[in-house]
Design a protein around this ligand. Structure first.
Ligand code: NAP
Length: 284
């Protein structure tokens, strides 16, 4: 129950109606018996600065950050975690007495989801589709765990080159047009294929990246960051071909659990968040 002692947490973004963070965070807060509230706050692009002033003025302990503020917010922070700085995106802010620090918990979320599936990235060849914000976090995760190589397939290689340049000192990274023969050849070498595009996400469930999954070797893991639907067209096809698959639910839950730890100082079981996400998606 809310009281005068309740501490405030939230998420800022625009739009914000789709977010599952309040459901996940509230489930973990309740399980831990912590006196916090967590609310979704609609913050349009031009309102970020006054929103941050308001959050500070109202003693919010912390907040998650989603589209379109993940990069823009960096210039207004007092400090930034090195991972978030390198990725260029912040999804979690912690307020320590008015000094705000930004973090990116997607890296841990991605790595924990692979650990839970007993998949070790070290020395593995990764092929990733897409080069947006999530792809940057995934790339840094792949670099940190010393993947042997990172091949990025996109519709627009010149845009993706910026990502490759930012991380090239940490790993062997190449960018290809995903329709090119060179890319198709790389696909045959992959130990893990990661979809970091929104193709296949609800409501456009009939879409999928233009990938010949038949080129993958049978043991390659197919990982889709999308979590709604729980099996995208890409994952359904991969499963049909006998590949192990992972969807974006676990990453979502683990990144939420890490945000929770940063906000409260308390570890939570990501399974609590995962159950809350599954229940919410099933009732949609
Ligand atoms: P983003 O920054 O907008 O990047 C999207 C990437 O996909 C870009 O490379 C973009 O290419 C490409 N793309 C978008 N629409 C496309 C289309 N119709 N055809 C071909 N390529 C297309 O998005 P993001 O934040 O990285 O998110 C990507 C996906 O990951 C979303 O579905 C998001 O929900 C999911 N995600 C999941 C988690 C999780 O915890 N599971 C976390 C973060 C994100 P261009 O640059 O050419 O537009």
């Amino acid at each position: 129950m809310l009281s005068a002692k309740t501490k405030n947490l939230g998420i800022i973004g625009y739009p914000i109606g789709h977010t599952l963070s309040p459901i996940m965070q509230e489930a973990a807060l309740e399980a831990a018996g912590l006196d916090y509230s967590y609310i979704a706050l609609l913050v349009p692009p031009g309102r970020l600065v006054p929103a941050l002033e308001g959050l500070r003025a109202l003693y919010f302990r912390g907040w998650n950050v989603t589209i379109p503020h993940k990069s823009t917010i960096i210039q207004f922070l007092d400090a930034i975690d090195p991972d978030a700085k390198l990725i260029g995106a912040v999804n979690t802010v912690v307020n320590d007495g008015g000094a705000i620090t930004g973090y990116n918990t997607d890296v841990i979320g991605f790595l924990m989801s692979l650990a839970a599936a007993n998949f070790n990235l070290k020395g593995r060849r990764a092929v990733m589709l897409g080069a947006g914000g999530a792809a940057r976090a995934v790339t840094w995760a792949l670099c940190k765990r010393r993947a042997a190589s990172i091949t990025i397939g996109v519709r627009n290689p010149s845009k993706a080159m910026a990502l490759a340049n930012d991380f090239k000192e940490f790993a062997s990274i190449d960018v290809y047009d995903w329709n090119s023969e060179e890319f198709k050849a790389q696909l045959g070498e992959a130990d893990i294929l990661i979809n970091a595009t929104p193709l296949g996400m609800s409501p456009k469930v009939d879409e999928m990246p233009p990938i010949e999954l038949e080129r993958l070797w049978e043991g390659a893991l197919v990982y889709d960051l999308v979590y709604s639907p729980s099996k995208t067209k890409l994952l359904l096809k991969a499963e049909e071909l006998g590949h192990p698959i992972i969807n974006g639910e676990a990453m979502l839950a683990y990144q939420g659990a890490e945000s929770f730890r940063l906000f409260t100082g308390v570890e939570t079981d990501a399974q609590i968040m995962l159950n809350a996400v599954r229940q919410a998606l099933a009732s949609e």
